[in-house]
Ligand binder design. Structure first.
Ligand code: MSP
Length: 497
C-alpha cells in the first residue's frame, strides 16, 4: 500500500490557535483525507512546539509558576480546536514529551558523530519572536519586521552546526528537484538566499532554563528550532515526509536548516515542502495588539466547521496571501454553499421523496452528462496532485452548478405530468450527481459529506465512488434536510480574542 506522510508546523503555545494556524492545518487535513480515501496508508502529524521562551513568557503573564502545567492547559485547548475543525491527525506531538526528547538526542548524536558540531561564539542579535538569530540588515527601524520587536543583543558560547558544509548539496538538490520547494517564488527565494552565502548555525543556547538540555553538556539548551524540526522524524517508518505544509514565515528553517540537518545525519530529504501565504483579517496583520485575532471556535459555532473549511480553501489561492473577513465568508456561504450546492441537492432529494416515494427512479443514464462529470472529477484529481487545492474546490462547485442547470433544463416538475420517463431519467442522473458530490466533498467538508451520505442512503468508502454513476434505480434514499442555512447581513458579528 502506498504510504503518504503529511505534516503541519508544530505551533507555539503562547496563545490559542487563530485562523492562520487553522488554515494550514485544514489544508493538510484535506490532503490527508483525500489520500486515505484513495486507499493510501496515510500518516498525518501535527502538534506543538512547547520548548520556546515564548511558552515561559506566556505562562508567567498568565500567573503560572509551573510551566509544564501551563503547557498542558494550552495543549488541551489546541487539541479541542482541532477536534472542532474536524482535523483527522494520526498523531499529535508535543515537544515536552519524552519520546520527542529521545528523537532529538538521536539526531544530535548522529550529527555530532559526523563531526558537524563544534563549539564557537555567537555574537549578534536574537529575535525571541522568530526564536532565531537575525542580522542587522534584516531589521526595519531597528525591529524584526515580522514581530515588530527589538531583538536582543547576545554574546554566547554555543555549539554550532556546520550548515555551510552542506551548501552545495542543498542547492544541488533544490535545483535538480523542481518540485521540492513550492511554489516557485518561494523556491527562488531560498535559492537566492543560499547563493548569498550560507553560514553555520548555532544550535544550542546557554542560560535557557526551559527546553531540552544538550547531550553531554547540561549548561546548554538545544535551540528550539533544532529541537522542533526533529518532530517530523517521529513516525520513523513513514519518513521521508511526502509533504511538509508550512507558511512563508518559516521557509528558511524548513528549506535550508532542516535539509542540512538531515543530510548530515544521513536521512533522506522530505519530498515536498509547500509554503503558503499569509492570511490577514480585514486586510490587517493578525495581531493581539490590533485585537483582530479571530478564534476559529467562534466561527465554528456560528457557521460550522465545514463552512469555515470551505471558505478558507476557496477564498485563498493556495500559495498566495489571502484575506479573511466575516462578510466574505457569509457571501460564500449564502451564494455558493446555500444557493448552489445546498439548493441542488435539496431539490433532487425532496423531488425523489415527494414524487418517487424516496426511490431513485427507473430511467436512462445520460452518458454525456456522466462523461462530463467524470472529466470534472479527473480535473479535481489532477489539481489536488498539484496541490492546487483552491482550484480543486472551485471545480467541485462547478459540478454542483452544472447539476442545477441540468435540473432546471429538464424541468422535472413539469415533465412529470406530460413525459414521466423524462422526469424519472432526470432524477436518476441528478441523484447520481449528488452521490458524486457527496464523495468529492468528503476531504474538504467531511461533516457535510457524511450528512449527504445519510440523506442519500450511501456509504462513502473510496474516492473511486466519485467516478461512477452507479446509484441504481430502486435505491432507497434517506430523509432529506437542508444542509446549509443562510446567514443574513444583520447577523454579522465579530467576536475576537
Ligand atoms: N513553532 C514554529 C514551527 C516549528 S515547525 C518545526 C512556528 N510556530 S507558529 O506558531 O508561529 O506557527 C507558524 C505557522 O502557523 C505558519 O508557518 C503557518 O503555518 C501558520 N500561520 C500562523 N499565522 C498565519 C497567518 N497569518 N496566515 C497563514 N498561516 C499562518 O513557527
Amino acid at each position: 500500500m502506498a504510504k503518504f506522510y503529511i505534516t503541519t508546523p508544530i505551533y507555539y503555545i503562547n496563545a490559542v490557535p487563530h485562523i492562520g494556524h487553522a488554515y494550514t492545518t485544514i489544508v493538510a487535513d484535506v490532503f490527508a483525507r483525500w489520500h486515505r480515501l484513495r486507499g493510501e496508508d496515510v500518516f498525518f502529524l501535527t502538534g506543538l512546539d512547547e520548548n520556546s521562551v515564548k511558552t515561559v513568557q506566556a505562562a508567567k503573564e498568565q500567573g503560572f509558576t509551573d510551566i509544564q502545567a501551563y503547557a498542558d492547559s494550552l495543549a488541551k485547548l489546541w487539541i479541542e480546536a482541532w477536534k472542532l475543525l474536524g482535523i483527522s491527525y494520526d498523531d499529535f506531538v508535543r515537544t515536552t514529551q519524552e519520546r520527542h526528547r529521545r528523537n532529538v538526542y538521536e539526531l544530535f548524536k548522529r550529527i555530532k558523530e559526523r563531526g558537524d558540531i563544534y563549539k564557537g561564539v555567537y555574537e549578534g542579535l536574537y529575535c525571541e519572536g522568530c526564536e532565531a538569530y537575525i542580522t542587522e540588515d534584516e531589521l526595519v527601524d531597528g525591529k524584526c519586521p515580522l514581530h515588530q520587536k527589538k531583538p536582543k543583543r547576545v554574546r554566547e558560547e554555543n555549539y554550532f552546526f556546520k550548515l555551510s558544509k552542506y551548501r552545495d548539496k542543498i542547492l544541488g538538490h533544490i535545483e535538480s528537484n523542481p518540485g521540492f520547494i513550492q511554489p516557485e517564488a518561494r523556491r527562488n527565494e531560498v535559492v537566492s538566499f543560499i547563493k548569498g552565502g550560507l553560514k553555520d548555525v548555532s544550535i544550542t543556547r546557554p542560560k535557557i532554563e526551559w527546553g531540552i538540555k544538550t547531550p553531554d553538556d547540561p549548561t546548554q539548551t538545544i535551540w528550539v528550532w533544532f529541537d522542533a524540526l526533529c518532530n517530523y522524524l517521529l513516525p520513523q517508518d513513514y519518513w521521508p515526509a511526502d509533504i511538509h505544509f508550512i507558511a512563508k514565515d518559516i521557509l528558511r528553517f524548513h528549506c535550508i536548516v532542516w535539509p542540512g540537518m538531515l543530510l548530515s545525519a544521513g536521512y533522506e530529504l522530505p519530498k515536498r515542502i509547500f509554503a503558503h501565504g499569509f492570511l490577514t483579517v480585514e486586510r490587517k496583520k493578525i495581531s493581539k495588539s490590533l485585537g483582530n485575532v479571530i478564534d476559529p471556535a467562534y466561527l465554528v459555532e456560528k457557521y460550522s466547521a465545514d463552512v469555515l473549511r470551505y471558505f478558507l480553501i476557496r477564498e485563498v489561492s493556495f500559495g498566495q496571501d489571502g484575506d479573511f473577513s466575516e462578510r466574505s465568508l457569509r457571501t460564500r456561504l449564502n451564494d455558493e454553499l446555500a444557493d448552489v450546492l445546498g439548493n441542488f441537492v435539496h431539490r433532487v432529494l425532496t423531488f425523489t421523496r415527494d414524487r418517487f416515494g424516496g426511490e431513485v427512479p427507473e430511467g436512462k443514464l445520460d452518458k454525456k452528462f456522466e462523461a462530463e462529470t467524470h472529466e470534472r472529477v479527473q480535473k479535481i484529481e489532477q489539481l489536488l496532485e498539484k496541490l492546487k487545492v483552491s482550484q480543486a474546490l472551485e471545480e467541485l462547485m462547478t459540478i454542483a452548478k452544472r447539476g442545477n442547470e441540468y435540473f432546471q433544463s429538464c424541468k422535472p416538475w413539469e415533465a412529470i405530468k406530460s413525459e414521466p420517463e423524462k422526469a424519472a431519467s432526470c432524477l436518476l442522473n441528478c441523484a447520481n450527481l449528488v452521490k458524486v458530490l457527496c464523495v468529492a466533498l468528503a476531504p474538504f467538508m467531511p461533516s457535510t459529506s457524511a450528512n449527504l451520505a445519510k440523506q442519500l442512503g450511501v456509504k462513502v468508502t473510496s474516492w473511486e465512488q466519485a467516478r461512477q454513476f452507479d446509484l441504481k434505480p430502486g435505491h432507497q434514499i434517506g430523509k432529506p434536510s437542508v444542509i446549509f442555512t443562510k446567514v443574513e447581513a444583520n447577523n454579522l458579528g465579530s467576536k475576537v480574542r
